[in-house]
Each structure stands twice: as C-alpha cells, then as structure tokens.
Design a protein around this ligand. Structure first.
Ligand SMILES: *[C@@H]1O[C@H](CO)[C@@H](O)[C@H](O)[C@H]1NC(C)=O
Ligand SMILES: [Zn+2]
Length: 451
C-alpha cells in the first residue's frame, strides 16, 4: 500500500512537472519555430541573379514591417529594383540615426551540386543546419535585424535614436542601382545617419569578425605589341616576350604579398592581391591557333585588390614602370579602378578603436551578449558599405556567424539555426546600446553656454 501510494504520489509529481515543463517550454519553442520559419520563408524566395524575384522579397519584407508596426517605403531608383526602407522613430528624432543595411539579392546556384535544394531552406534535423543560398550572404542578417526589433518591441524598449532598416537590391552585381544611388540620394541625406551596419563574413573560429574598411578593386588589362615573325626565328621584342616579362614581374609581386599572409604577418585584407584572370594572344586558325607564327599582340587581365592602408599611387607607378612600360611597347587600361581615398585624399576607413564611440559601443554590446571578437579586419572584397563610407558615414561590416565555415557564394551554403538565433540576441544588445547612446558632445555644448 505504502509503496503504491508512494508511486501514485511520484506519478502525480511527474505529471505536475510535465505540465510545468510544457507551460514553460512550449511557448518559447513555438516562438523559436516561428522565428526560424520566417527565416526559411525569406530564403525560399529566389532572388538569385540574373533575374532576382525582387518584388516577392519586397512583399515579404513589407509584411514583416507591418507585423512590427514599422513605417515603410518602397524606393525604386531604377524601375523593378525596389529598395525597402523601414523606420522605427526614436524619442529624439533629431539625434543622428542608425542604419541597418542588407541586400536582398543572392548569387546564382548550380543546384545539382548541392546536397539540399538551395531554395528549400530545409533544416537538417541531425545537425540543425539551414541549407540555402543567402543563408550566410546575407538574408540571415536582414531578418536578424527584424527579429531583434521584434524582441525589443515585445520588451517595450523605446529607442532614443531613430532606427532605419534598408533592404537593397543589386549588391552582388556592384550595387550601382541599389546602395550607390541610395547613399547619394536626398532621402538618405534627410535620414541624418550617424552609424551604419552592413555585412561581414562567417568565422570558422568562435569569435565574430568586424570589418572597418574594404579593399578596392583595380581591374587591369595590359597589352603588349611586337614585331610578328616566323615561329622558328629567335629574335627580340616579340609581343609574347614583352608580355611574359610583365607576367613574371607581376608574379614576383604577387608572391611577395602572399608570403606576408602565409607567414602570418598580415591578414588577407591587409595585402594587395593580384590574380591573372585572362590571357589573350595567338592567331586563330580553323584547327585552333597558327603554330608557326609569333603574333604581334598579346594581352593579360588582372584582378587587383588594394587595401586602404596600401600606397595606391605607388602601385600605379609600378604598373606604369614595371608591368606595362612604354619602353617595352606596352599599354594598359583599367576596366575598373576604385580609389582607396576620399575626395579629401584620406584613405576610406571607419575608426576601429576608442576614437570611434560606435566601435566601442559595438564591441561592448557583443561582449555583453557573450560573443567573442577577433582583431578588426579589412574586408578582402567589396560590399555596399563603401558607398556609405564615401559619404563620410562610419560603417561597420558584421554578420554574426561564429563557428561557421565560410560558404558565401559556395555550394551548400548553410547557417546553423543556433548561430542564427544567437545572432538575434547579439543584435538586440547592439541596438539597445546604439539606440540609447547619448554623445558626450552635450557637455561641450553646456560648457560653451557657460562661456
Ligand atoms: C617597340 O616597337 C618599335 C616599333 O615597332 C620597335 O622598333 C622596338 O624594337 C620595340 N621595342 C620593344 C622593346 O619591343
Ligand atoms: Zn553579400
């Protein structure tokens, strides 16, 4: 009997415990499911180039904005390339605002090379990975901004500063019809942006990565000319020989830069990268190329990326004097050349120490949310952040993805659901800090008044 009643007793306790567990756990797991399902919905919209479904993405974002009671407007700097701008007005709308930027487009896929269909956004139930194009670059960030705002609104947080959230088109094809036009617009001027956040990169380590600048592309084509002649004749100054001398010189420079990275002396974003991307020479024949003729022209193309800490002017001299010297009958042109300097001749970089209060706030907010941070970095390629830095706006590249292999633009791009959820809490912490920030300049004003 006693045993029996005891069993019944413990049974009763178990039921009560189970009910408690259900009451406590179920609502939050429902909340998590809906957070993940919103991310999946966004990933399922195929916004890959060359024909991104921008309108469907815009409709989705606008529906999210409505559910969050954010103001919204759709800007079309170029027809059928909508840019969605959302706004959460702060208690002091005169203070410089915060801009959270993300791009809605993604790069194309080769679906047959994926283990999971790239626009299904299925969650692998063994490991919790969400496989989809855009899961890292950068639909994660765009929706994490919104989920962080949802949490802040649920907790009745009121921002002091106005928060803008922009969803821009075309980043993956240069951003000229998206962020570039936006950053130069009157609408942007009126937003009075004090700090903007844009994309970063995943980190295979347990630290997050923060980017304060980016390398600028210089797409160089060098062309050699020389006397044509019989394929059997040894003579000087052929186009091929002239070009090969340059290629050897470029290769030595490339190796010297790469050695600095290999030796751990510099990070990837801190050196000049040079990669040969095409070679064009030879006299075509019906079966390939004429084999007994040395051609009179030869060309090579290079993708060069220059960090703003490098001396771009001296690199240009090197190109003119060593890589394409007129003395060797060579010419060169840039298919694209982005200056590392702003209009005042200063390298385009965002302050990445205590001289920039936003940087300090960001670091503290990430640590507060139990995140770790690596050394500040220069983004090795280009992002939309450059258009905002050019306008003198502090811009920081950050995608909260630690313990994640770098798979942007790769097959089987994924983000683990736990990393995604953690990133939302990191943005909650950042937005609280940014939106509440009052600059010390008030004291200076008071001081001035006293004088
Ligand atoms: C450059 O071209 C001129 C005219 O064709 C030729 O005389 C000279 O040898 C060439 N020099 C070199 C270094 O190729
Ligand atoms: Zn991106």
């Amino acid at each position: 009997m006693t045993t029996m009643s005891c069993r019944r007793h413990s049974c009763f306790i178990s039921v009560v415990l189970l009910l408690l567990v259900l009451v406590v756990v179920v609502p939050s797991s429902v909340a998590i499911d809906s957070i993940l399902s919103r991310f999946q919905q966004y990933l399922q919209i195929d916004t890959s180039h060359p024909s991104p479904n921008y309108h469907q993405a815009a409709d989705f974002i606008l529906s999210q904005a409505k559910s969050l009671s954010l103001e919204s407007q759709t800007l079309e700097f170029v027809k059928n390339k909508p840019l969605i701008l959302l706004k959460w007005t702060g208690k002091n709308p005169h203070l410089p605002s915060i801009l959270l930027n993300s791009h809605t487009d993604v790069v194309p896929v080769e679906p047959h090379k994926w283990s999971h269909p790239p626009f299904d956004a299925a969650i692998n139930h063994q490991n919790g990975n969400i496989y989809a194009r855009g899961s890292q670059d950068m639909k994660c960030v765009g929706l994490q901004y919104l989920e962080a705002i949802r949490k802040l609104k649920d907790s009745n947080f009121e921002p002091l500063r106005t928060i803008y959230i922009s969803f821009v088109p075309d980043e993956e094809i240069g951003g000229h019809d998206g962020a570039e036009k936006f950053a130069k617009s009157k609408i942007f001027d009126e937003m009075n942006v004090g700090i903007m956040l844009d994309e970063g990169l995943a980190s295979p380590e347990d630290n997050y990565r923060l980017f304060y600048a980016e390398r600028c592309p210089m797409w160089l084509v060098i062309k050699a000319t020389g006397a044509p002649g019989h394929g059997a004749k040894l003579y000087d100054n052929t186009a091929m020989e002239n070009l090969l001398k340059s290629i050897e010189s470029v290769r030595r420079f490339r190796a010297s830069q790469f050695d600095l990275v290999k030796a751990g002396l510099k990070a990837e974003g801190e050196v000049v990268s040079v990669n040969m991307v095409f070679l064009k020479a030879g006299t075509p024949s019906p079966t390939g190329f004429v084999m007994n003729l040395q051609p009179s022209e030869a060309q090579a193309g290079f993708d060069i990326r220059v960090p703003p800490i490098a001396d771009q002017a001296s690199l240009e001299r090197r190109i003119a004097e060593e890589w394409a010297p007129a003395s060797r009958n060579m010419t060169f042109e840039f298919k694209q050349k982005v200056s590392v300097y702003d209009e005042n001749g200063k390298p385009i970089m965002t302050g990445h120490d205590s001289s920039n209060p936003w940087w300090s706030l960001l670091e503290a907010a990430i640590l507060e949310a139990n995140g770790k941070i690596g050394k500040p970095e220069i983004f090795p390629a280009s992002t939309d952040a450059r258009y905002f830095r050019l306008r003198g706006i502090p811009a920081i590249g950050f995608s909260p993805m630690a313990n994640t292999p770098i798979l942007l633009h790769d097959h089987n791009e994924f983000l683990n659901k736990e990393e995604y959820l953690k990133g939302i809490d990191v943005y909650v912490s950042i937005l609280k800090a940014f939106a509440s920030f009052v600059e010390a300049e008030k004291d200076t004003a008071a001081f001035r008044d006293e004088l």
